[in-house]
Design a protein around this ligand. Structure first.
Ligand SMILES: [Zn+2]
Length: 252
């Protein structure tokens, strides 16, 4: 009887240990990657702007373009049909090789911003390489469109403190996003739409793409526009969004 009692206790102890081990493994799987991301995030002192603190129901639609000429005209037509102003972050080489399309974006009244020159992450680059990347794109845009942009979205949204500070020294503001539509992953039209609509909030910057690698942007965009307006929001360019809110408060 005693032996039996001890063996039950031992069994319970073993179960407890196994449960504890399972909990530790689960916690490691679930929490450690988040912990690493968290550490990465707080290790940066400087950040791009991803939204504006405001109670006004205004959001900014933004489109990055680096490749192709098929998606951009479709996006432009939809924006024109719905009279939506947007901000376009254009890669320098794309502007030079698609001068007509870039010119149409400008003529349609949209905001021209930079998406850098080579589409590479900025954080591994030296300060001089960052300057070269930003200014090469700046010069391409200026030469082609006679516009000098002051907003930049770094390729892949990648940054570190040096990148943000260098961008600032060059007279630019780095702009990220609060809502990633994930259109670049081609996840399905409904997935793109619901991803944006579920995350709407005043002052948000919405990331979309008008590069040809994104196949579903034009199908999702009209619904996003209609539903966002139905929810009481208006669309503004990023530079206008930055002026909203108390004392122009910006979320870094
Ligand atoms: Zn990009």
């Amino acid at each position: 009887m005693r032996l039996f009692f001890i063996s039950i206790a031992a069994l319970k102890k073993l179960c407890c240990r196994l449960l504890l081990l399972a909990a530790i493994i689960a916690a490691a799987i679930l929490l450690i990657p988040k912990g690493i991301r968290y550490i990465e995030v707080i290790s940066h002192r400087y950040h791009p702007i991803y939204a504006v603190e405001t109670d006004e129901k205004a959001v900014a639609l933004t489109f990055d373009i680096s490749w192709g000429s098929a998606m951009a005209p479709k996006v432009l037509k939809i924006l024109k049909d719905h009279q939506v102003p947007a901000t376009f972050f254009l890669s320098g080489p794309w502007v030079e090789t698609h001068a007509d399309l870039a010119g149409q974006i400008l003529a349609d009244g949209h905001e021209i911003a930079s998406h850098g020159h080579k589409h590479v992450n900025f954080s591994p680059l030296s300060k001089d390489q960052i300057i070269d990347n930003v200014m090469s794109a700046h010069n391409s845009i200026k030469k082609t469109l006679n516009v000098e942009p002051s907003l930049i979205r770094t390729p892949n949204g990648d940054f570190d403190d040096e990148a943000i500070l260098t961008i600032k020294e060059l007279g630019y503001l780095a702009i990220d996003w609060m809502i990633d539509s994930l259109d670049w992953k081609n996840p399905g039209v409904d997935a793109i739409i619901s991803r944006v609509l579920k995350r709407l909030q005043p002052g948000a910057i919405i990331l979309m793409h008008a590069s040809d690698s994104c196949k579903m942007t034009d199908a999702a965009l009209p619904v996003i526009i209609k539903e966002t307006r139905s929810a009481g929001y208006r669309f503004v360019k990023v530079s206008e969004l930055l002026t909203l809110g108390p004392n122009n408060t910006r979320i870094r």
